[in-house]
Design a protein around this ligand. Structure first.
Ligand code: G3P
Ligand code: CA
Length: 269
């Protein structure tokens, strides 16, 4: 278990490893989860999409090109969309060599395998529903896998899981299907519009470039669907100056590729 979890320390802002410890291991792989755990990072973020035959997998882009060797393994299958490959075809790909030879053989994880690994390390998960418009019904499927893996019990719902998306519609669906799940809207809606999200989103997660102290205050002034003040996780903050700036605004979480840099900047360890 990671240090923060073992010690029960609730740091604020939380430090969240974006796509896992993605500056140090290939993003969205189990190696990136392990790396975050080895750095005692309590939170990991990932991106969930779906294969042609309905398996939920963890990968950021809507194509396999950048983070796997799909172009080499499957020439002639352009444009290598995630949704056009089966789970078995996807499982054959190398998702680590592009990052470095030490990670050759890393795989595109299934959501199930990913959840198991995060649970193994006693970490918390910020799960992004990525490109939901490409995958009708993916919200229900994600909830099913979360349920099967024990991630919808009280302990997980009350502090170990947040589902986020750029799609407000997707979060509305998650909230309708499973009201106990905490959700976060990616982006920075106008302050005047924030209230309309408070019925089904617990967090507003903007790019750090869109943030100000007044914006964070405006979010905190609202009460989310679970009766607590809405929160703000800022992304993607990879340098000490920006980390201190957004912490000064009062954000509740900092999403980063370099958890060590952010933690040193904010907590001096
Ligand atoms: O967690 C925030 C961040 O992941 C949103 O952007 O493109 O990295 O998924 P992206
Ligand atoms: Ca993401």
């Amino acid at each position: 278990p990671v240090h923060e979890a073992r010690a029960g320390i609730a740091v604020r802002p939380s430090v969240i490893a974006h796509r896992g410890a993605s500056a140090y291991a290939p993003e969205n792989t189990l190696d990136a989860v392990d790396k975050a755990a080895s750095m005692d990072v309590l939170w990991v973020e990932n991106d969930v999409q779906r294969t042609k035959d309905g398996e939920l997998v963890v990968i950021h882009d809507d194509t396999l090109r950048r983070t796997t060797d799909a172009e080499t393994v499957y020439p002639g299958r352009a444009p290598w969309k995630v949704k056009d490959f089966t789970a078995a075809e996807t499982a054959r790909l190398d998702a680590g060599s592009w990052f470095g030879p030490a990670y050759a053989g890393a795989r595109v994880p299934t959501l199930k395998a990913y959840l198991d690994r995060v649970e193994h390390h006693h970490q918390k998960l910020l799960l992004e529903v990525k490109n939901p418009e490409l995958y009708p019904g993916i919200e229900q499927q994600i909830l099913k896998v979360l349920s099967n893996e024990g991630w919808l019990d009280r302990r997980h719902l009350d502090g170990r899981l947040v589902v986020q998306s750029f799609s407000a519609a997707s979060l509305q669906t998650v909230h309708r299907l499973k009201p106990g799940v905490r959700t976060g809207l990616l982006g920075a809606p106008a302050v005047g519009d924030l209230r309309r999200y408070a019925g089904y989103t617990d967090l507003i997660n903007p790019s750090h470039t869109a943030l100000s102290s007044a914006y964070v205050d405006a979010v905190h002034a609202l009460t989310g669907p679970h009766g607590t003040p809405m929160r703000v996780f800022a992304w993607t903050v990879d340098d000490a100056v920006t980390a201190r700036t957004v912490a000064g605004y009062g954000v509740d979480g900092v999403i980063t590729d370099k958890a060590d840099v952010v933690r040193r900047a904010l907590y001096r360890y």
